[in-house]
Design a protein around this ligand. Sequence first.
Ligand code: RIB
Ligand code: CA
Length: 313
Amino acid sequence: MTQKIILDTDPGIDDAMAIFYAFQAPEIDVLGLTTVFGNVPVEMAAQNALSLVELAELDIPVCKGTGVPHYGPKSTFAHFVHGDDGFGNIGHHAPKGKLHDLSSAEFIVQQARKYPGEIILVPIGPLSNIALALKLEPELPKLIKAVYIMGGAALVPGNVTPVAEANIWNDPIAADIVFSAGWDLIMFGLDVTYDLPFDGGFVDILAEKNPKLGGFVAKSSQFYMDFYSQNREERVCFFHDAFPLAYIASPDMFELTEGHMRIGTDPLMKGQTSFAPVGSTPSDLWNDMPLIKVATKVDHPKLTQHFIDTYAK
Ligand code: RIB
Ligand code: CA
């Protein structure tokens, strides 16, 4: 049986790698790509998602979502990581296709009502659309099977500030709404994604196994590697966004820790994912929070081979 998912995304180079992984994985059925601001403005995220669907020659709905966080200043985006075009300035073709009529949040609600209890939401950008969907349909946690998030840094430092990871930092109010909603939620944050660097040889193998999709990832990753290789001897990059998807296909590769989480929203702690593992505190303030799970370990050789095998299918 394949697992129905909706991928909420801000493409983005590691988003592209994750989206193609999801398209290739026989265990996963992508109902739609819902886009959000983050790495790039939402208009570009939506066009980039359309380009990826067209490159893969698939007919999958792409929706445009929100371009601003719930509160606070507009994002300044991460062009210095992903290039002016979000794909490492490789001059990719503009898409021909059209966006879906529904917004990202509306699409999530529509599909959740259509397939109650069947869909896993996989947000790999800021959580703004998911929080909006919760406002549109407060019963969403009962309609959605689970939420697997790329974002956060539970027991490790952040990548935007000492305490905050980019996706959560971009819209901490939305993140707090989503983490507190009381659904089956697993966070795949920097604890696991930043622990596994991929080198140039890895993207070359993806390109060799799958010249069209892997070739695109290898080409666009060069700019991304320039960013990640500053102050390092070796040339590396990180494919954060593919981790929650790999868990769907092969959960045994991961170790999870259960606990309570709150998101920092004041200026200094903005986007901090503060985590209290079960039994670690007597505080009722923490213990009354809904339980979530955090991925705290992953089998590196197995996950690397799994990505390669999936691109080769
Ligand atoms: O911190 C990594 C996350 O931020 C990834 O989702 C990446 O695409 C960026 O948005
Ligand atoms: Ca992303």
